[in-house]
Design a protein around this ligand. Structure first.
Ligand SMILES: [Zn+2]
Ligand SMILES: [Zn+2]
Length: 358
C-alpha cells in the first residue's frame, strides 16, 4: 500500500516522500500513525547509518487499519502503542523479559524483517525500515501484533512515548528499583526518561530528588513534587535508590557514593563503554549496580498500568510532551537539544495516505 514517510539520509533534514509499505504478513498489522515520539536512539541510529536512506521512529501510536492472517488479539479500529519487537519464543521472552530477546538486533535494528525481507520501498528500492519493528516516522507503519498494546481513548501524543522513553523510565522504577513509600530515590538527568521515572516514583509516594543542570527541567520536577539540585556536588543527602539516565562516568560514580548500604543504582543511559567505580565501596556496603533496557518491561503489562495511573491523575505525562508536525522533525530535535522541549512528539498529516492498495 502507498503511504508517506519521513525519509532520513544522514544527519541532514529528512523529507516526506511517498513510499510503498509491504502487505501485512501473518501476525502483522498496519497501523495508521496518529503520533510518534522522538527518542535519542533515533538520532544515534541516524548518525550510525551514514547517508543510507532510512525510515526511523520507534514510539508510534495509532489506529489498527489492516490485519494480517492469524491476528486475533487486535481489531481494526483499535488504538495501539507500538513498542519494541521481540520474538516471543526464546528463553528471555518466555521468562517475561522481551527487552533481552535473543533476536533483538535482527528484529529492531537490521532495517528489515528478521527473515531479511524489506518492509518499505521508495521508488521501488528497499530502504532501512522495520526500525524497532515499526519505522513509525510515517503516516502508516507495519508492526508485529505482539508489539502493539491497545491503549483505549488516551490522547495519542501522550500515549506514543509509552512505547519506549516513558516505558524505560517508568519500568526502571517499577520493575528494577522497586522503591517503596518512605524510600528516597535519586534520578540523575531529568530528560524524558528521567522525568517519567520521577513521576512514576512520585505516584507511589516515594521521595524523589533530581540532579539536573537545566533549570527548566529542574523546575518541572519540582512542580510535580520532587526536590532538585543542579549537580551531584550540591548537598543532596543519601538515598536508598538511584537511577542514572546520563551514562556519564562521573554521574555513575557520584550516584553510587550517595547510596545508603544495600542501595541499588540502575543504569539506563548509554555513555562511554567504561566507568571508574569504587568496587570496595560496592562490596563493603552491599550495593547493587544494575543495567536495564526498556525498563525490563513487558509492554503488554506495563503500558496498561501506566495508562491506569494517568487516568487516575497520578501520572501527568501530558506535561512532558510537545507536539510538532511530522515534517518539523529537525525543529523538534533542535528544540529538544536546546532544552526547550522534553519529549517532542510528531503528528503525521490527518489524511495520511492514499489508501490505494496494490
Ligand atoms: Zn525472544
Ligand atoms: Zn527509544
Amino acid at each position: 500500500m502507498r503511504t508517506s514517510v519521513l525519509l532520513s539520509r544522514g544527519p541532514g533534514p529528512g523529507e516526506i516522500v511517498e513510499a510503498e509499505l509491504d502487505d501485512p504478513r501473518p501476525g502483522e498489522v498496519v497501523v495508521r500513525i496518529e503520533a510518534v515520539g522522538v527518542c535519542p536512539t533515533d538520532l544515534v541510529t541516524r548518525k550510525a547509518l551514514g547517508d543510507r536512506p532510512a525510515v526511523l521512529g520507534h514510539e508510534g501510536c495509532g489506529i489498527v487499519e489492516r490485519l494480517g492472517a492469524d491476528v486475533d488479539t487486535l481489531g481494526v479500529g483499535d488504538r495501539v502503542v507500538i513498542s519494541f519487537a521481540s520474538c516471543g519464543r526464546c528463553g528471555q521472552c518466555r521468562a517475561g523479559r522481551p527487552a533481552y530477546c535473543d533476536h533483538t538486533a535482527a528484529l529492531n535494528g537490521s532495517g528489515r524483517r528478521a527473515d531479511g525481507s524489506p518492509t518499505i520501498r521508495v521508488d521501488g528500492t528497499p530502504v532501512f525500515g522495520s526500525y524497532f519493528g515499526q519505522s513509525s516516522f510515517a503516516a502508516a507503519a507495519l508492526a508485529d501484533a505482539r508489539s502493539c498494546v491497545p491503549v483505549g481513548d488516551i490522547a495519542p501524543e501522550t500515549a506514543a512515548p509509552l512505547g519506549c522513553g516513558f516505558l524505560t523510565g517508568a519500568g526502571a522504577v517499577l520493575n528494577v528499583l522497586r522503591p517503596r513509600p518512605g524510600d528516597r530515590l535519586l534520578v540523575v538527568g531529568a530528560g524524558a526518561v528521567g522525568t517519567a521515572a520521577v513521576l512514576t516514583a512520585l505516584s507511589d509516594r516515594v521521595e524523589v530528588v533530581v540532579a539536573e543542570p537545566v533549570a527548566a527541567r529542574r523546575a518541572r520536577a519540582v512542580r510535580h513534587g520532587a526536590t532538585a539540585a543542579a549537580s551531584l556536588d550540591e548537598p543532596i543527602g543519601t538515598v536508598t535508590h538511584a537511577l542514572d539516565t546520563t551514562g556519564r562516568p562521573e554521574a555513575i560514580a557520584g550516584a553510587l557514593a550517595l547510596l545508603r548500604p544495600r542501595g541499588t543504582l540502575a543504569l539506563v543511559g548509554l555513555g562511554p563503554a567504561t566507568a571508574g567505580i569504587d568496587v570496595r565501596a560496592l562490596t563493603l556496603r552491599g550495593l547493587r549496580l544494575r543495567g536495564c533496557v526498556e525498563g525490563d518491561a513487558r509492554p503488554a503489562l506495563l503500558v496498561p498500568e501506566l495508562i491506569r495511573r494517568h487516568a487516575q491523575g497520578r501520572l501527568p505525562l501530558d506535561d512532558l510532551v510537545t507536539t510538532y508536525p511530522l515534517d518539523a522533525f529537525d525543529q523538534a530535535v533542535t528544540d529538544q537539544r536546546a532544552g526547550h522541549t522534553l519529549k517532542p512528539v510528531l503528528l503525521p498529516p490527518v489524511r495520511p495516505h492514499s489508501g490505494s492498495e496494490t
